[in-house]
Design a protein around this ligand. Sequence first.
Ligand code: MSP
Length: 640
Amino acid sequence: MPDPFYITTPIYYVNARPHLGHAYTTIVADVAARFNRMQERDVFFLTGTDEHGDKIIRAAQKEAITPRAYVDKISGLFRDLWPQLNIDYSAFIRTTDPSHIAVVQQVLQKIYDAGDIYFSEYEGLYCFGCERFYTERELVDGKCPDHETPPEIIKETNYFFRMSRYQEWLVSHIEANPDFIRPERYRNEVLSFLSEPLEDLCISRPKSRLQWGISLPFDDNYVTYVWFDALLNYVSALGYPDGPLFQKFWPHVQHIVAKDILKPHGIYWPIIQKAAGIPVFQHLNVHGYWNVDQSKMSKSLGNVVEPLELKNVYGLDAFRYFLMREMVFGLDSGFSETALVGRINADLANDLGNLFSRVIAMAHKYFKGVVPHPDPGVDPELTRNIRADAISAVRDFEIAMTSFAFHKGVMAIWEFISRMNKYIDVTAPWVLAKSKASTRQLQTVIYNLLEGLRIVSGLIFPIMPDTSASMQRHLGEDTEKPYYQLLRLKQWGRLPSGNTIPKSTTLFPRIELKPKTEDAEVSEPVIPEPPVFKPEISIEEFRKVDLRVARILKAEPVPKARKLLKLEVDMGEIRTVVAGIAGSYTPESLVGKQVIIVANLQPAKLMGILSQGMVLAAVEDHHCTVGTVETVVKPGTALS
Ligand code: MSP
């Protein structure tokens, strides 16, 4: 059995709504989790919210609600957002969970008993935004580098964690484990920081100043510094110290953070672990910032991008794809909708989408949609190169994804897509189709292309899970089974011959941008003017209508009725539906289409046939166009 895999995101502060930056880190963790599932590992994926401290109190005061009501509200926003981005986490931790609080107190007591926490008076430069003391050396022009505000001088008695005692150990641990902090630039940054003497960390705040925190177990007049509390979420969520999840997953932990929180993760956290006797994490994976107009996207700068808005306009998989392809993990990236649309049109609509529809269309044209048998008797060259390309794509993908080089993983898939497009040009199936003598070659070429699509659809699983499943369904693979296992993708020739596949659908429609106007920030996608609508209805009224996706299995004319067609459809169950679309469609052209049916309409007899539903269609000047769904979904899937 391969090793388990444990992946974490930072736990996000609840002083602001989730934005693209949070979504990026959490999607990266989801991609890493899914990739590890492809390798048949048991995966535990943790995310959550960081809910104590000054910041939160101030945000709650602004909204004039209690801290408890405030943290519940914003934490809920994060928790509800992730499933909408297809983020499949295993657990969501909140630092206000009683089980987390108990672990923090237990670890504090342990370190205190070991003599690594002491009480002392301290006067220092404190940034309220960061909730920490700064040394002169860390300030830029006398100001906090993050908030660009001067820190205040504070004199207090507090508890301190003897980090200095562990400085040498940490340096040698980082030097002995080159991948401990990656990419290398961040490892170097931490080492450079550690080249100066490390100061002890103030880990308490007097309750006279702040109550919203975890009380120190050895002094009830103080609460715990928010970072000391937050970092322990990674172990408390697994039931540290004795829980079975902790035993199983902790030895395989990998963290993901952006460079803003490198210091707490690269310095405080390993030292806390060492002092508490917790085995130190495996890897800290650090990425750069999404910038808008050269500045880090952040609530305080007011330049945040809402992930749900992008999803709603461009589609979830296109959005996830863009994030993974555009950012070189570790470096900063600029976000713009123009770049997003560029990638959708070039990589998704053009390269992948066209390949998919071209291959499926050829399978229909030459073999009536039946997956042909590859013929082992034909020139082995016809298969050798494309198979070798597939194998090296899977290998390059695996190497890149294992080392968190996601953009390279995506590039390995797209390299294979481009090889497949070239394979079509070189083998020219339309020429092979002209002569009976080359039927066996044609069978082999089309089979190889469909097999290539199977492999592409498996490889895109971590990045675009919906498109992956929809391509697989189209090819007749059972999406309930783990079709995306890397092992299966490494084996050429698994796609069974003889299945009939539906006609092609558009995976990614092209997006046209309105030309940029002088004062518009980005070009806007063209959305047509809405026509005049009927009076509004409530959502409850709308929900009464049960809309389902149905695949047309058979279509035939209704005798003596010029406009009617009798359809046999699969919508989870087989039904007969009579539709007035004969003027716009031949029966054959409808077979295989996925249409939308009103499933709970009272059955009605039309020309003596009982119609058990109604097909939705756009009617324009007596011409009907049936409504279809863009990608292949299970028959009977509800529309909502
Ligand atoms: N609560 C702490 C983390 C504690 S972890 C034990 C915190 N929270 S945060 O809400 O500020 O989240 C910071 C993280 O959000 C970054 O490390 C990164 O993962 C993500 N990002 C926030 N803005 C971002 C960008 N503009 N670009 C990329 N990632 C961004 O720090």
